[in-house]
Write a protein of this length. Structure first.
Ligand SMILES: Cc1cc2nc3c(=O)[nH]c(=O)nc-3n(C[C@H](O)[C@H](O)[C@H](O)COP(=O)(O)OP(=O)(O)OC[C@H]3O[C@@H](n4cnc5c(N)ncnc54)[C@H](O)[C@@H]3O)c2cc1C
Lengths: 328, 750
């Protein structure tokens, strides 16, 4: 590991000023960045530990929304009773991630900024455009069963590994920031991005910005939401594919629906086409299938990850069918 | 290093608490990675990033110039033989002019801090001329390009029995593949070498075979074996992955060079590159049977990818081949097994040792045969089941119990698991809330396997035990000393139990295993309770004979610290007979000899003992999502005699879980010679949520030729659990599934 300096942040604004000036990195739970430093994937000269900042509050907003401090532990948020009623998909997504120990340590802000698990990204001896722009992408022809089927580019087929992010995309969450210019905020849809020809950028977070909170806007449909994740073993594994869904069915007709997919793209993938197809349609398995197919028509699987197409399709149908039955 | 006194209690057939048990579960046990010595330096290894390359130059300047570095050594600094290997010395201590796999050690460094050592290693500049790696073992067999000068074929084992031209009315064929499994022991490779005043070295090491290491280390250091002393340090699991030398020579070289103790501990990623794995296999099978499902012939071709160095590949392929038709009567057999060099990571010993791969293929074939004939899969197996007195494809007659049909009947008769409940934890995907049971189908599958116990093919397989009986604090006490490695299987406890049973004393101390006593052979091949257990028993018998001689009696046994006649009359106290003159005996004990295989026909009594286990697996498969949940395993195994019944069940449950791992998740993914998943985040081993409840039926049929009648226990459960689980998944899905591990992408299709 490259030597680095370590500082504890005294205040948010001074931390932002230092990071913006020096290109140093924030340290939250450290469950991702420290691993990447050990592997030589990232090598900051300075780590600013922000865990002492007062950003751990979970607020239930009167309008039905919530504001969650960026340093809240994943496990603390997952077990929050208000969250479990207002946004069950978010709680389920958090609980499906990592292990109990990791969830105790990992923060909400860190979770959103965890980096891809693409094996070529974390192996410094291999070419990766995300790690070293212009180096090429070894994953396209290599081991890529877990990589993207949607929205990938020539340069990058990485997936975003976060479960939480998928549920946040479902509820149109907003990310609150502190930048050098002052507080700012952006929707998760602006926050996450597709790789395009700038695969080195995971997000559109302004350089140096500190995530201070995540806001879950009041979303009545989210009370009927869920998250399902498929993985290679029963616990402690990243997703092979996941679906977050919220559904409002009345008299057998879909009044409103939201769908987001995980582990299929460089960002959490909001399935707008499927949502459009379903809104106003009878809540039948046929329609669920058609909606998923419409969304997945855009899929461009690689040599070995085509299984994700039927997987996501079946997962969509299974989740929506389950929710429909439950709403009767 | 301390000795171990096994807690109060009992002799063989009981389950006294293991002395290491509480320490391990409370995190207090001292593993080899906890070793410490004053003025200790830390070693680090620079490894090749390329699977195949010529080394054009090595520039050590950067490493040597690093503050805190005490030694930087390369192949030129190896004092003795430059090559080592368990069966065939083909592996360089440090790369010489070329590298043959990614991860091959090129240079070693000692520094005053582990991070300094790692950084110094990284500062070494190696100029490589990269060559295209040879990675397909099948193509490698007769490829022009070779990994070593001797060609790529490490060993071909042909087995010919009966007629080569046999034909049959029912024929099923199949091609099968087994991925590269890792032992995935939790304690990474580690050891501490301390230079000694006599110019020799003391090595404290986590290993499976102290004397196996000793011979190779002494040769490479150019020292007489008497100057290299090894002691067993706390071993965090082995499963075959510690049978080969890893950093043993490196740590000693650095210690001798610097004159200071040197400790080395591999990281998890380094560990994945630093030990051998289970051989990936490609297998082609043809089974011919009559219309009743009786086997007429089996033809098979088995190709094992040995990777870059020989390790134990020659023995592994002999096992795969000689056990290649399974525990069945087959009159006509043509099997060819090949172990092949490639530039993939080296493969060698792992629990099941060749029998695992073959079992997946022949059991898949038995299911195909049953399907072709419309018969029940268990009926077909029972109809062909091996019995005592039958001959194996090698011509070896099976002596002693061989309850193949009985084991199958038992797992078939076991009560089936309950139907699926609504508890999410009981569904595929478990707590991940993945399914509500819509596409969930249940399947049941069977598997039975055969394994040889002990070393084969004429290997002089023995163990040495030293037992001393003396008076300590007015009580008779025994000390047992062997070089047998406790790797977590419970051997320390077993040794004490045997001494208690044989000498009738309460207080038994098991001395730390080291090389001041003769070899015990390896803790592998399910052999250690058999062979070292046999040696301890024999040493106790010698001690007992000496006691009786001293007492001038020949009509007594030792019980409760006394000399007792058959009628129960106490004739003397052991304390009085011993006085202040301890009795000590050292015995080298051998099982009955084995013989080489005929190199053309594969005929010969190559194996010591056969062991059998059967499994029934019940699975729920979510066919829409490709998720498998193993609901229950029923297993039956003949262990001859259970010396420590709880450990026997532990071995059976653990072995079954390891077979489950191979069935549905465990694989080292190697692409172009490079390991793509060298971490426990990416190399998945079953968690407790993936391991189902098990019904374990232990038979104790007694092998008349083995000590106490025991039969090796450790490997058979791993062998047949994999095919049973895959058969159950096939039954649920109707898919062919010719490759393990089966993963979600194989079940959802594309
Ligand atoms: C073995 C393993 C399994 C895992 N499995 C899963 C899984 O199944 N699902 C899943 O979703 N995740 C999984 N994770 C990932 C885990 O959730 C993340 O590592 C964790 O959420 C990161 O949070 P942290 O606080 O530790 O971040 P850190 O490692 O401290 O930081 C991560 C990144 O975010 C930056 N950062 C942190 N906080 C802020 C902030 N407030 N503002 C700006 N930048 C910030 C850091 O500079 C760094 O670049 C797994 C991780 C491991 C190690």
């Amino acid at each position: 590991m490259k030597p680095f300096a370590y500082q504890r942040a005294e205040a948010a604004d001074s931390a932002v000023a230092t990071i913006s000036r020096t290109g140093a990195a924030y340290l939250a739970g450290g469950t991702n960045i420290v691993d990447l430093m050990k592997l030589g994937v990232t090598a900051p000269d300075l780590l600013i530990d922000v865990t002492g900042l007062p950003l751990r509050d979970i607020e239930a907003l009167p309008d039905g929304g919530m504001r969650v401090g960026a340093l809240t532990a994943n496990s603390d948020l997952a077990t929050d009773p208000v969250l479990r009623t207002r946004f069950p998909a978010v709680a389920l997504a958090l609980l499906s991630g990592a292990s109990a120990q990791l969830r105790n340590r990992a923060t909400i802000g860190g979770n959103l900024l965890q980096r891809t698990r693409c094996r070529y990204f974390v192996d410094v001896t291999k070419s990766c455009n995300k790690r070293r722009p212009g180096a090429g992408c070894a994953a396209r022809e290599g081991e890529h069963t877990d990589l993207a089927i949607l929205g990938a580019s020539e340069q990058c087929v990485a997936t975003n590994p976060s479960d939480l992010a998928v549920a946040l995309a479902l509820v149109d969450a907003r990310v609150e920031l502190l930048t050098e210019g002052g507080p700012a905020s952006m929707s998760v849809h602006e926050f996450f991005r597709l790789p395009g020809d700038r695969p080195e950028r995971d997000t559109n977070l302004p350089p140096g910005a500190l995530i201070t909170a995540v806001v879950l806007p009041a979303t009545p449909i989210a009370r009927m939401s869920t998250y399902r994740k498929v993985r290679d073993r029963s616990s402690f594994a990243f997703a092979a594919g996941s679906v977050a869904a919220a559904l409002d069915v009345r008299d057998g007709v879909v009044q409103d629906v939201r769908l987001a997919y995980g582990a299929v793209a460089h960002r959490p993938w909001r399935a707008y086409a499927a949502e459009r197809s379903l809104r106003g349609a009878p809540a039948t398995v046929d329609n669920f299938e058609r909606a998923a197919d419409e969304e997945l028509a855009a899929a461009k699987p690689l040599r070995d990850n085509g299984y994700k197409v039927p997987l996501i399709r079946n997962l969509t149908v299974g989740v929506l069918r389950g929710m429909t039955e439950a709403s009767w | 290093m301390s000795t171990t006194t096994v807690g109060a209690g009992a002799g063989i057939g009981t389950s006294p608490l293991r002395p290491d048990g509480t320490l391990k579960v409370t995190g207090e046990f001292a593993f080899s990675s906890d070793l410490w010595a004053d003025r200790m330096l830390w070693g680090a290894t620079l490894r090749s990033p390329h699977p195949r390359a010529r080394i054009v130059g090595i520039d050590l300047t950067g490493a040597v110039a690093t503050t805190g570095v005490h030694a930087v050594l390369t192949a030129e600094d190896v004092p003795g033989k430059k090559l080592y290997g368990l069966e065939h010395a083909d592996q360089p201590v440090l790369a010489m002019g070329q590298v043959r796999y990614a991860g091959e050690p090129v240079a070693i460094v000692a520094a005053d801090h582990p991070e300094t050592a790692r950084r110094a290693a990284a500062a070494i500049v190696v100029e490589y001329e990269v060559l295209p790696p040879i990675t397909d073992p099948v193509a490698a067999i007769d490829a022009e390009e070779t990994v070593h000068d001797r060609g790529n074929l490490l060993r071909h084992v042909p087995i010919r029995k009966g007629s080569l031209e046999a034909t049959a009315p029912v024929v099923v064929t199949g091609e099968y593949e087994v991925g590269m499994q890792d032992q995935a022991f939790l304690g990474p490779e580690s050891g501490l070498a301390i230079p000694a005043e006599d110019g020799g070295v003391d090595l404290f090491i986590a290993t499976q075979w102290l004397h196996g290491d000793l011979g190779q280390v002494a040769d490479c250091l150019g020292l007489p074996p008497s100057k290299v002393r090894l002691s067993l340090a706390g071993v965090g699991g082995a499963f075959g992955g510690r049978e080969d030398v890893s950093m043993q020579v490196h740590a000693c070289m650095l210690a001798l060079h610097t004159g200071r103790p040197v400790k080395m501990v591999y990281s998890r990623e380094e560990s994945f590159h630093g030990h051998v794995h289970r051989h990936p296999a490609r297998m082609w099978y043809e089974h011919g049977a009559d219309l009743d499902g009786r086997l007429v012939y089996v033809k098979a071709r088995i190709v094992l990818d040995g990777g870059a160095y020989a390790s134990t590949s020659m023995a592994v392929v002999a096992n795969a081949t000689t056990l290649g038709v399974g525990p069945y009567k087959v009159p006509n057999v043509v099997v060819d097994g090949y172990a092949v060099y490639t530039n993939n990571p080296p493969c060698g010993a792992m629990r099941g040792f060749g029998a695992v791969q073959a079992c997946f293929a022949y059991e898949s074939q038995m299911d195909k045969l049953a399907a072709a004939l419309g018969l029940d899969p268990v009926d077909v197996r029972v109809r062909n089941a091996l019995e005592p007195g039958d001959t194996m494809p090698t011509g070896q007659v099976v002596h002693g119990p061989a309850p193949v049909a009985d084991l199958l009947d038992r797992v078939r008769a076991a009560a089936p698991p309950a139907q699926r409940g609504d508890d999410l934890r009981e569904l595929p995907g478990g707590v991940a809330n993945t399914t509500h049971g819509e596409g969930v189908r249940r399947g049941v599958g069977y598997g039975i396997g055969i394994k040889n116990v002990g070393f084969s093919e004429g290997f002089d397989d023995y163990s040495t035990a030293r037992v001393r009986l003396e008076v300590v604090g007015g009580e008779p006490a025994a000390v047992v000393h062997t070089a047998a490695a406790e790797v977590g299987q419970g051997l320390v406890t077993i040794q004490a139990q045997i001494v208690r049973t044989e000498l009738g004393v309460e207080q038994v101390t098991v001395a730390t295993a080291d090389t001041t006593v003769g070899s015990a052979g390896s803790s592998s091949a399910s052999r250690q309770t058999y062979v070292t257990g046999g040696a301890v028993k024999a040493a106790c018998e010698a001690v007992r004979a000496a006691v009786l001689r001293r007492a001038g009696r020949d009509d007594v046994t030792l019980r409760g610290g006394r000399l007792v006649t058959e009628g129960g009359e106490v004739v003397a106290d052991l304390v009085d007979v011993l006085g202040d003159r301890p009795i000590e005996e050292t015995v080298e004990w051998r099982h009955k000899p084995t013989h080489p295989l005929d190199p053309r026909t594969g005929q010969g009594d190559a194996h010591v003992q056969y062991a059998f286990a059967a499994h029934r697996a019940t699975v729920d498969v979510d066919v829409e999502l490709g998720l498998v949940r193993v609901v229950e395993i029923a297993t039956a195994q003949d262990v001859g005699r259970a010396l420590h019944p709880q450990s026997v069940r532990g071995q059976i449950a653990g072995g079954t879980a390891q077979g489950l791992g191979l069935a549905v998740m465990e694989e080292i993914q190697v692409v172009d010679g490079l390991i793509r998943n060298p971490s426990f985040t990416d190399y998945l081993i079953p968690t407790i949520l993936d391991v189902p409840p098990m019904r374990i039926d232990v038979l104790e049929l007694g092998d008349p030729s083995a000590p106490y009648g025991l039969r090796g226990v450790g490997e058979p459960p791993t062998i047949s659990s994999t095919p049973a689980i895959v058969a159950a998944i096939r039954a649920a899905t109707g898919l062919a599934l010719n490759r393990v591990p089966v993963r979600p992408e194989h079940l959802t299709g594309t």
